[in-house]
Design a binder for this molecule. Structure first.
Ligand SMILES: [Zn+2]
Ligand SMILES: [Zn+2]
Length: 203
């Protein structure tokens, strides 16, 4: 483990398995939320995090804020957006951090190497360049002014709405029952999410 990093980042690296730009972004978001709300960790579900993507950064939120899927105080919305909303439930405070485009911008050459590395097609030299690029990006993200990384807004959290009852519909492909708001349309048929074969890694 690299000792140049603060202990909470080292914990996040241990939890996530590696240090990457995505984890660094999540780390900065979690730290910014802690500072803004004046709350450290969700020992008793005091904090709730709403995340809008399922990338590496979410693991930093789980490790630092103790907002976890298992405790039910990590809410995942599959919007594919690097947005982190953290709410202090008892005190009724909240902050929304939306990543600005800068941190993941790549030149066309970097993009080409990045794609080949991700697809396992990079040469040894390109692999090395890719690792160096990732490391540099991590250092940049860790050193950057937080207001350059995120658009930050204070929000007043609204209490969760009443549980609603939805109609059930039947998937035209597998015949299983689904609640209507989760139904999809494929080739004009009402289907369940697994049958719709859309790209989704949601839980
Ligand atoms: Zn990662
Ligand atoms: Zn189905």
């Amino acid at each position: 483990m690299n000792n140049e990093y603060p202990s909470d980042l080292q914990e996040a690296i241990k939890f996530h398995g590696h240090l990457c730009p995505g984890l660094a972004i999540g780390y900065r978001a979690a730290k910014a939320a802690q500072a803004r709300l004046g709350i450290d960790r969700a020992e008793d579900e005091e904090l709730v995090a709403v995340v809008e993507s399922d990338g590496c950064g979410i693991d930093a939120v789980q490790a630092l804020l103790s907002c976890t899927l298992g405790k039910g105080n990590l809410i995942y919305r599959d919007y594919g957006k690097q947005v982190y909303t953290v709410i202090g439930r008892k005190r009724g405070v909240g902050v929304r951090l939306a990543m600005k485009p800068g941190p993941f911008r790549r030149t066309p050459e970097q993009e080409a190497v990045f794609q080949r590395a991700v697809n396992g097609e990079a040469s040894e030299e390109e692999e090395k360049a890719f690792r160096e690029f990732q490391k540099k990006r991590v250092d940049e993200i860790l050193a950057e002014d937080v207001n350059e990384l995120f658009k930050i807004e204070d929000i007043s959290p609204t209490p969760p709405g009443k549980a609603r009852i939805f109609k059930s519909v039947t998937c035209e492909l597998c015949g299983e029952t689904i609640m209507e708001p989760r139904a999809r349309i494929r080739d004009g048929k009402v289907v369940c999410i697994p049958c719709s074969e859309t790209y989704s890694r949601g839980w």
